[in-house]
Design a protein around this ligand. Structure first.
Ligand code: ADP
Ligand code: TRP
Length: 327
């Protein structure tokens, strides 16, 4: 039996579904990067999952490469975290099958994210239905302890706990029961005041700059209070976005200017834009460099896959013995 790791094992996956925005960054990526100091981290690009929605080779390839570069530019350190493409660790598909044998139909039928996608008119493929089993396999294949996610993924984690528990009761203790860790910023608002999301077209992309960024920030929806009148920071979306970047003193200063009518929405948006620029400038520079070195990125993913596969194969040995598949 392999020894349990001395530090908690932390794992999370990111779907290669397009450009990263402030919601993704403050809701997920920032925590992933910070957690590198707290445990043994496994992060991967969930390309098998993406096949349930992206069915175009070039889009999947480009998105996967982009998100890999984004994560590395934002501080993912391959000497501290194992970073890989999900499809480079095919053992997860074998574990998916085995877990599906201990998963009740009823459990999957209750999945909120599945029901929501069906309501949006997305075709119900078998893959979309069994998505949570693949996700459980991602988590259990490296015997993870902690899974940092957004609120929308918590039900998938409960399902993972259910599958791991059922497997262990049937076949003996192979899997630690993982827990989720909620990201700090669970709801960053978009330019229209709804939750920021690619599907609402209200995002501020973190690698946007110059004119396009200015256009997006200046387009944030506000009320029509005239310049010189007091504004309410507590209900203002520009203020909420500014707060993501600002110190307590900066927030208090801007709030006071709002209430005193000393600043209008246009001025506040300019402050927000310069905060975004200052914060992301070093990451943009790093991203530019990495984009020139596709081989370096590929090497990182290959080495990550090698390390993840070593763990995955050790887990599958235990699973095959426990289930009687190996004799
Ligand atoms: P989108 O809604 O744009 O498609 P995803 O569903 O791909 O974003 O989200 C990827 C990660 O980013 C998830 O962990 C999710 O919880 C987080 N996330 C996305 N949007 C937000 C938001 N507006 N606020 C906080 N976290 C978010
Ligand atoms: N389903 C997650 C999302 O859409 C991505 C994901 C796939 C994941 N496998 C995972 C997250 C395993 C955490 C652990 O955001």
């Amino acid at each position: 039996m392999p020894q349990p790791p001395s530090k908690p094992r932390i794992l999370s996956g990111v779907q290669p579904s397009g450009k990263l925005h402030l919601g993704n960054y403050f809701g997920a990526v920032k925590q992933h990067i910070e957690l590198q100091a707290q445990g043994e981290c496994f992060y991967f690009i969930a390309d098998y999952h993406a096949l349930t929605t992206i069915q175009d080779a070039r889009t999947l390839r480009d998105n996967s490469r982009d998100v890999a570069i984004d994560y590395l530019a934002l501080g993912l350190d391959p000497s501290r975290a194992v970073f890989y493409r999900q499809s480079d660790v095919p053992e997860v598909t074998e574990l998916t099958w085995i877990l599906s044998a201990v998963t009740n139909m009823g459990l999957l039928e209750r999945a909120v994210s599945y029901k929501e996608k069906i309501e949006k008119g997305i075709d119900a493929s078998v893959g979309l239905f069994t998505y949570p089993v693949l996700m459980a396999a991602d988590i259990l294949i490296v015997r993870s302890n902690i899974v940092p996610v957004g609120k929308d993924q918590v039900q998938h984690l409960e399902m993972t706990q259910d599958m791991a528990g059922k497997f262990n009761r049937a076949f003996g203790d192979v899997f630690p029961i993982p827990t989720w860790r909620l990201d700090k910023e669970s709801k960053v608002l978009g330019t229209d005041g709804q939750k920021m999301s690619k599907s609402y077209g209200n995002t501020i992309d973190i690698f946007a700059e110059g004119k396009p960024l200015e256009k997006t920030v200046m387009g944030i929806k506000t009320d029509s209070t005239p310049l010189g009148q007091p504004l309410n920071p507590d209900t203002c979306n520009v203020f909420a976005l500014f707060s993501l970047f600002a110190t307590e003193a900066e927030k208090a200063g801007l709030a006071a200017d709002y209430r005193a009518g000393k600043i209008g929405y246009g001025g506040a948006k300019k402050l927000l834009k310069s905060k975004i620029d200052d914060y992301f400038a070093p990451f943009r520079a790093k991203r530019g460099e990495l984009a020139q070195r596709p081989d370096t990125v590929e090497d990182v993913l290959r080495e990550g896959a090698r390390r993840a596969r070593t763990e995955a194969q050790a887990t599958m040995d235990l699973v095959r013995k426990a289930t009687g598949l190996r004799w």
